[in-house]
Design a protein around this ligand. Structure first.
Ligand code: NAD
Length: 293
């Protein structure tokens, strides 16, 4: 069993860390919030006073942080993980961050003789709890192979997407598809309502036709057709609209001069929904914003 440092014990990191403990690994953990640390140490993890102390004796360092700035703060500089990590340690950042930061931090690790992977996830809190996450992993093949058994204690699918930053690239492109397709599905249901076409009928037709997609058949934004979707529980998340907005903004940043007009429009719609108080709502709840327009 491996000695693992885990940094960032929030909604995603806490259940991921619990699954590593359940698999028998030794965990040293750090979070800036003492409340986040307590439940994990109660399960057998050791608390560290900062990221570098957590990393010092670890064979794998895993982080699950809000955004790129937090990742820089944790990994870079004289007090950071890269300066403290043991030779041969593999650094794995599972946060969803911008591609440029992922590549910059990877290059700093590489310059220090360490392998680093960007390994953002899909599957949300439910996937983190059930250890069914999908990991999209950018980095060197040998490091991916060494990390795979550790990732498999937290998820069921590990896809090597290429070199450094390509995990983030895959995550951002996937969520661009998801954000745009969810809005298209919501608009179709709102239009169907106005035309007197029952939601179940649209679902039956579109799910067996060329309109079929995950946003429709796995995560239907109206109550009824897919009983497990957040629409059946008042749009409790799931994956919040604020998170979707964050990921669409990352796609816009990554696109730079490349036009992604539907992605940009989707980002503007999510920004308006969040500004109207919808940030904590599941992202499929944007159908409520579309009905109001
Ligand atoms: P969260 O805000 O619940 O957790 C982040 C944790 O990081 C918090 O406990 C916070 O105290 C800690 N933290 C912040 N700065 C820190 C620092 N400098 N050092 C140590 N700890 C620090 O966020 P989350 O929902 O767990 O999401 C984490 C990442 O996973 C994000 O990048 C998010 O985009 C991505 N993600 C989230 C979901 C989801 O459904 N929540 C799904 C897929 C991907």
């Amino acid at each position: 069993m491996a000695t693992i440092a885990f940094i960032g014990l929030g909604n995603m990191g806490a259940p991921m860390a619990r699954n590593l403990l359940a698999a028998g690994h030794h965990l040293t953990v750090f979070d800036i919030s003492p409340q986040a640390i307590a439940p994990i140490t109660a399960m057998g993890a050791t608390a560290a006073k900062d990221p570098s102390s957590a990393a010092a004796a670890a064979v794998f360092v895993i982080s699950m942080l809000p955004a790129g700035d937090h990742v820089r703060q944790v990994y870079l500089g004289p007090e950071g993980v890269i300066a403290a990590a043991s030779p041969g340690a593999i650094l794995i950042d599972c946060s969803t961050i911008d591609v440029a930061t992922a590549r910059e931090v990877n290059a700093a690790a590489s310059a220090a003789g360490l392998d680093m992977l960007d390994a953002p996830v899909s599957g949300g809190v439910a996937g983190a709890e059930a250890a069914t996450l999908t990991f999209m992993v950018g980095g060197e093949e040998r490091a991916v192979a060494a990390a795979e058994p550790i990732l498999r204690a937290m998820g069921k699918t590990v896809i090597h997407t290429g070199g450094p930053g390509n995990g983030q690239a895959a995550k951002i492109c996937n969520n661009l598809i998801l954000g745009v397709s969810m809005i298209a599905v919501c608009e179709a249901f709102v239009l169907a309502e106005s035309l007197g076409l029952p939601a179940q009928t649209l679902f039956d037709v579109a799910s067996a036709s060329s309109g079929q997609c995950w946003s429709l058949t796995s995560y239907c934004p109206v109550p009824g057709p897919v009983p497990s979707s957040p629409a059946n529980r008042g749009y409790a998340p799931g994956f919040t609209a604020a998170m979707m907005l964050k990921d669409l903004r990352l796609a816009e940043i990554a696109a730079a001069d490349l036009a992604i007009p539907l992605g940009s429009h989707a980002a503007a719609m999510y920004a308006a929904f969040v500004a109207n108080g919808g940030g904590g709502t599941d992202f499929s709840g944007i159908i409520q914003g579309i009905r109001r327009e």
